[in-house]
Design a protein around this ligand. Structure first.
Ligand code: C5P
Ligand code: C5P
Ligand code: ZN
Length: 457
């Protein structure tokens, strides 16, 4: 048994000793699926629990939790950056997380402690799935752990899930929850007519096709695609030879448009289908499912997302679908804003300041998406967005930069720390909150730190 699983058993025992359990999780797809896995495991173990979602842990939130005096708090998809404070407050806690830790504690379940990278080998929901397995028979929850990992983009590095994530996929396949296959990676295979899938493609951005309905329709007609009456089929409705024709056509199109080889390669990769979900629905494909979840929790509607994860396909599911429309609109608007205003370039990073135009909880997603549209891949992209209590910073890199030494988590944490802010995350993607007046000092410092990272490795 892996040492992470041994530790999971100890953490499980600590939880199962108690009765009144408080679960605190993160407001994104990985956080929601983590919470759903934990709540299901607790319910199956006959435990009472409450659940709450937060953007980020800070001292005041921890103090509020301590004031309610739960017999034990289970932090999922967060906590590893706040171990000192958790211990300092004397909270009886289990931390089930995959962010780069600062400090350690008694029931701290985190892959980095075992030299496993939490950015691509296992997600918060994966770690929590291991914990749930140690609490009882919960293998059937593997599909949620796959949705969490895909939501955190853990499959992007190798075009498929690897490491412990792979073992979780295998468990999901064994119990009939997951199917995986190589396919087009584009978003919307289950739910969009094929021309819309092309039209909305931002990764890769297809010059001449992305955003252009007529051009996409023309392209597909040239590929000899079939209609059903007046209607376009969805990707899942196409025959294998039709799919192959479109994929080859897209590869050729991208090559003649001069798109970089690594981007063309990303057109095809492993995709994950949730076999218990209805075909053609937003929860059938792991990537679409994770976007549906992000559309809830990142807009203060985490309980809607949690209900969906726990199986609601009625009212809360309908609510989530409504929120998804708004989320898509916001992402398009956000990317257009970045396209319009452009990015500023320093020596070792590029950045944009969205002010109050992009919500702080989605600015990281916009930053990640805008690289393929406006950015320069040789530099990490940093985004600012105003929040009520300061400025939210989101950073996104890529694995070429990580190989050259980039560690955004360390850089953010150190630059934020020196201006009285707080930050952390992963080497490839990290965030921070800083005081409003510290923006220019922060970005200069971050530029310097990243420069040092890239020079010294
Ligand atoms: O808080 P959490 O760990 O869930 O968030 C991870 C973030 O890192 C996600 O927003 C994900 O999109 C981003 N990420 C990325 N590229 C990767 C891995 C993660 O942008 N290769
Ligand atoms: O918010 P955003 O998507 O940019 O976050 C990227 C990563 O940085 C996530 O894994 C998030 O949990 C982490 N983060 C953090 N501390 C912050 C803000 C973000 O650890 N203050
Ligand atoms: Zn996560």
């Amino acid at each position: 048994m892996h040492r992470l699983e041994t530790l999971a058993r100890q953490c499980a025992a600590a939880i199962l000793k108690e009765n009144d359990i408080h679960v605190v999780s993160h407001i994104d797809a990985d956080g929601l699926t983590s919470a759903a896995i934990m709540c299901t495991a607790l319910e199956r173990a006959g435990k009472d629990y409450t659940v709450d979602f937060v953007r980020q842990l800070d001292e005041s939130i921890l103090r509020q939790i301590a004031d309610t005096n739960p017999s034990i708090t289970v932090f999922t998809d967060l906590g590893s950056g706040m171990l000192e404070q958790i211990n300092g407050l004397g909270l009886n806690a289990v931390v089930s997380d995959h962010h780069i830790p600062s400090g350690d504690g008694p029931y701290h379940l985190n892959p980095h402690l075992f030299n496993i990278n939490g950015a691509y080998e296992i997600s918060g929901s994966g770690v929590t799935f291991l914990l749930a397995r140690a609490m009882g028979r919960n293998d059937d929850l593997a599909d949620l752990a796959v949705v969490g990992a895909v939501g955190d983009m853990q499959h992007v590095r190798q075009g498929k899930l690897i490491g412990i994530n792979r073992q979780i996929v295998r468990l999901g396949m064994e119990n009939g929850a997951i199917h995986c296959q190589r396919d087009l990676t584009m978003f919307g295979k289950q739910t969009r007519p094929v021309f819309r899938m092309l039209q909305y493609s931002s990764d890769p951005y297809l010059p001449g096709l992305s955003g252009n309905e007529d051009a996409c329709i023309g392209f597909l007609k040239d590929m000899g695609l079939r209609f059903q009456g007046e209607n376009w089929l969805k990707w899942i409705d196409l025959e294998p030879d039709e799919k192959q024709r479109v994929i080859s056509g897209l590869i050729q199109y991208c090559m003649s448009a001069g798109i970089a080889v690594h981007k063309i390669q990303r057109l095809v990769g492993e995709v994950y289908t949730l076999l218990r979900e209805r075909e053609g629905s937003e929860t059938r494909d792991a990537s679409e499912y994770s976007t549906l979840l992000n559309a809830t929790a990142r807009y203060d509607r985490a309980m809607t997302g949690l209900a969906v994860c726990r199986g609601d396909r009625n009212k809360e599911y309908e609510n989530a679908i409504e929120l998804l429309k708004e989320h898509r609109r916001n992402l398009v608007e956000g990317i257009n804003l970045v396209k319009g205003q452009g990015v500023k370039t320093l020596v070792n990073l590029q950045y944009f300041d969205a002010g109050d135009k992009i919500k702080d909880t989605i600015v990281g997603i916009v930053a990640g998406m805008s690289v393929s549209v406006v950015g320069n891949r040789k530099l990490p992209i940093i985004a600012f967005a105003d929040t009520e209590d300061g400025v939210k910073v989101s950073g996104r890199g890529n694995y070429d930069l990580v190989h050259k030494g980039l560690n955004l988590s360390a850089a953010m944490s150190s630059a934020a720390g020196s201006v009285n802010g707080m930050g952390g995350g992963h080497d490839i993607a990290a965030g921070a909150t800083i005081p409003k007046e510290a923006k220019s000092e922060f970005i200069r410092m971050l530029d310097r730190i990243i420069g040092t990272q890239l020079r010294t490795t």
